[in-house]
Design a protein around this ligand. Structure first.
Ligand SMILES: [Ca+2]
Ligand SMILES: [Ca+2]
Ligand SMILES: [Zn+2]
Length: 268
């Protein structure tokens, strides 16, 4: 392979999602206030089994060029279900689409890519698998927004590195599928637990302790915001600690995901 075709084997978890924008602050503040008023009664709001479209972007039909085998995709499905089922969210594989396109496999021109490839409705999840992503991220994903024509709709979905899939060869790297779990958390309207650093209201979720921005790596217990209650949420999927530390969503995040689904994705 030419030098620029070497797949990125991410070993440190990082995500390409930017800090919360001003309009997102407004949306989250409203959700936060509404959930408090409802006293969390919508925790069991039904989410139908979510269809997953895997969009495999490869530079050739060789496995090392991103042509991911079905069993590996099934393992990623299993990791998603293992981590979301306990929160009332289930996934089923709808279709796998494999596309040979060197540019897209390298994470370039992805808006045009999505406009060409995205499948299903706004309640269906497209997961794009790339050899590289901009800035060395392991993934990036859209958050739910009001559907306003094909423009917003087409760009909806998650991008993750092929090397973050839960397996070894030929894609070494994170190897646990947790990057996918984190990105799908964004797809359901969750933000990073270090949003706003130590400043209230943090990520607008009550039961995720604040952590400094950016949080430290590694799974050791720490308290980067001593002025705020609780130790850092090192085991939270929406933290940056390291995907091997990531084991949980909180009840508050579960409620947020269900409510964001009901507001933005259900029936759309
Ligand atoms: Ca919080
Ligand atoms: Ca603290
Ligand atoms: Zn993220």
């Amino acid at each position: 392979m030419p030098p620029n075709a070497t797949p990125v084997n991410a070993t440190v978890f990082a995500c390409g999602n930017p800090p919360m924008a001003a309009e997102e602050h407004a949306v989250m503040a409203r959700a936060f206030a509404e959930e408090r008023m409802m006293k969390n009664t919508q925790v069991n709001a039904e989410i139908p089994t979510v269809n997953v479209y895997f969009q495999v972007l490869a530079s050739s039909e060789k496995p090392e060029d991103g042509w991911v085998a079905d069993d590996l995709l099934q393992k990623q499905m299993d990791v998603l279900n293992d981590n979301f089922n306990k929160h009332g969210i289930k996934f089923q594989l709808a279709k796998t689409i494999r596309t040979i396109n060197e540019t897209w496999a390298r994470g370039q021109d992805i808006n045009f890519m999505a406009s060409q490839l995205r499948m299903g409705s706004y309640s269906d999840l497209n997961i794009y698998l790339h050899l590289n992503l901009t800035g060395g991220a392991a993934g990036v994903c859209t958050i739910p927004v009001p559907v306003n024509g094909a423009g917003t709709y087409n760009f909806d979905g998650c991008q993750i590195l092929t090397s973050s899939l839960p397996d070894d060869a030929p894609y070494t790297g994170l190897n646990d599928g947790k990057a996918g779990v984190h990105e799908v958390g964004h797809w359901f309207g969750l933000f990073h637990t270090f949003e706003n650093g130590c400043n209230s209201p943090g990520d607008y979720v009550d039961d995720t302790p604040s952590e400094a921005l950016p949080p430290g790596r590694g799974c050791e217990i720490r308290n980067s915001c001593p002025g705020q209650p609780g130790n850092d949420p090192i085991h939270n999927h929406m933290s940056y600690t390291g995907s091997d530390c990531h084991t949980e969503f909180t009840l508050g995040q579960q409620i947020r995901m269900h409510n964001q689904w009901a507001v933005y994705r259900a029936g759309r």
